[in-house]
Design a protein around this ligand. Structure first.
Ligand SMILES: Nc1nc2c(c(=O)[nH]1)N[C@@H](CN(C=O)c1ccc(C(=O)N[C@@H](CCC(=O)O)C(=O)O)cc1)CN2
Length: 374
């Protein structure tokens, strides 16, 4: 059911949500020219590279001078110096194509096809859609997918039994349990049962622990935060030495995103429900990752000019004009923030598609590691 939060970032809409003080900007007209962004260059995941396309500079606090100098007018920027759009859908498509090539090579060389097992408990429409999309994405790149659908009232033991079967199946290289689980289940017991070598969601406490430690690396990085980092890298956003703010501290996004930014040598602050003056802290950031699940929380007045904004929120808001009766908005008030930021992800079409692309990447990585294929 969509929430009835207004989505025009009006003060009445958001001030009902959280006891956070904000100085509102008076929005000025800002129209995006429908230009086509050239494809980012191909490169392996997590190798720093710069895109030849960048926003017209205005502040550009988080983008290197070299890259900014390479700006072209062909990027998706408006005449009014609006932020450049980070096209997650396009990047996810490119990554999927890269993965398909690697999978074909592995199959030719050693006859192995990566396998991903997905366990879905219950009948939440959104979870069913995500699982269906994961399956389609697997098919498109040549990953074999295995699916288990269990009724809402299943026991924890039933889920554990399926996990144990997949743990010992050599054709399965990745296992994930779609979240959220029904309330009667203990997430921790279930996530702990997935073999860490096959934990392609990166949610096992040992994987998270290794992510948090200096000099250690997890087997897998959780998909959504990994996708956020990949977007920053592919769009040439310099992270080292920059100030980053992560809004939200969930186990699946906020906390691992903060750890990844720190690993990449940013100075990181986490803003959460008890943070005083979140807007003041956020305004110091060159990079903002918003992952709190509150529609339009982050306003234009929270943003440092030129900052890179990654919006992880996917919040349904009522919209009688949409065929679904609702539409999706992020945690960031796009209308306002896109006028201040240097780069911004849209919702939909930003981080969401990257979550699935990173799942494919983790599954391939797992198969390569298990079969010692370089
Ligand atoms: N086991 C897991 N459970 C959940 C995860 C996860 O990474 N692992 N993340 C989310 C849901 N999720 C994947 O599972 C996911 C969410 C959103 C998208 C996406 O592509 N969103 C689109 C919009 C989709 C729409 O129109 O409805 C977008 O943002 O463009 C992909 C995957 C929670 N559970």
């Amino acid at each position: 059911m969509a929430s009835s939060i207004l989505s025009d970032c009006s003060s009445s809409a958001t001030s009902r949500l959280l006891p956070l003080r904000r100085a509102l900007l008076a929005p000025a007209p800002c129209r995006f020219r429908p230009t086509t962004a050239p494809a980012p260059p191909r490169r392996p995941l997590f190798v720093a590279a710069q895109l030849p396309l960048l926003p017209r500079t205005r502040g550009m606090a988080s983008v290197s001078a070299a890259t900014a100098a390479a700006s072209t007018d062909s990027a998706t920027v408006s005449a009014d110096a609006c932020a450049k759009i980070i096209d997650g859908k396009l990047v996810a498509k490119q990554i999927s194509e890269e993965i398909a090539v690697e999978i074909a090579k592995m199959k030719d060389a050693i006859g192995v096809v990566p396998g991903l097992a997905v366990i879905l408990v219950g009948s939440r429409k959104d979870s069913q859609t995500y699982v269906r999309n994961k399956k389609k994405a697997c098919e498109a790149v040549g990953i074999k997918s295995y699916e288990v659908n269990l009724p809402e009232d299943s026991s924890e033991d039933e889920v554990l039994k399926h996990i144990a079967t997949f743990n010992s199946d050599p054709s399965v290289h990745g296992i994930l349990v779609q979240l959220p689980l029904p309330h009667h289940m203990n997430d921790e017991n279930i996530l702990n049962a997935v073999s860490i070598e096959k934990d392609v969601d990166g949610f096992h406490p040992l994987n998270i622990g290794r992510l948090a430690m200096q000099g250690r690396d997890p087997f897998f990085v959780p998909c959504t935060p990994k996708g956020c980092m990949e977007l920053l890298h592919r769009y040439g956003v310099e992270i080292k030495g920059k100030r980053a703010v992560v809004i939200g501290r969930s186990n699946i996004v906020g906390m691992p995103a903060a750890l990844l930014l720190q690993k990449a040598n940013a100075t990181v602050s986490i803003v959460h429900s008890n943070t005083k003056k979140p807007e003041e802290i956020t305004r110091q950031a060159d990079i903002v990752i918003a992952a709190v699940g509150v529609a339009n929380l982050v306003r234009g007045s929270w943003i440092k000019p030129g900052a890179a904004i990654i919006d992880v929120g996917i919040n349904p808001v009522d919209d009688p004009e949409s065929p679904r009766g609702y539409r999706l908005v992020g945690d960031v008030c796009y209308e306002e923030v896109s006028k201040i930021a240097g780069l911004i992800t849209p919702v939909p079409g930003g981080v969401g598609p990257m979550t699935i692309a990173m799942l494919l990447s983790n599954t391939l990585e797992s198969a390569k590691r298990i079969h010692k294929f370089k």
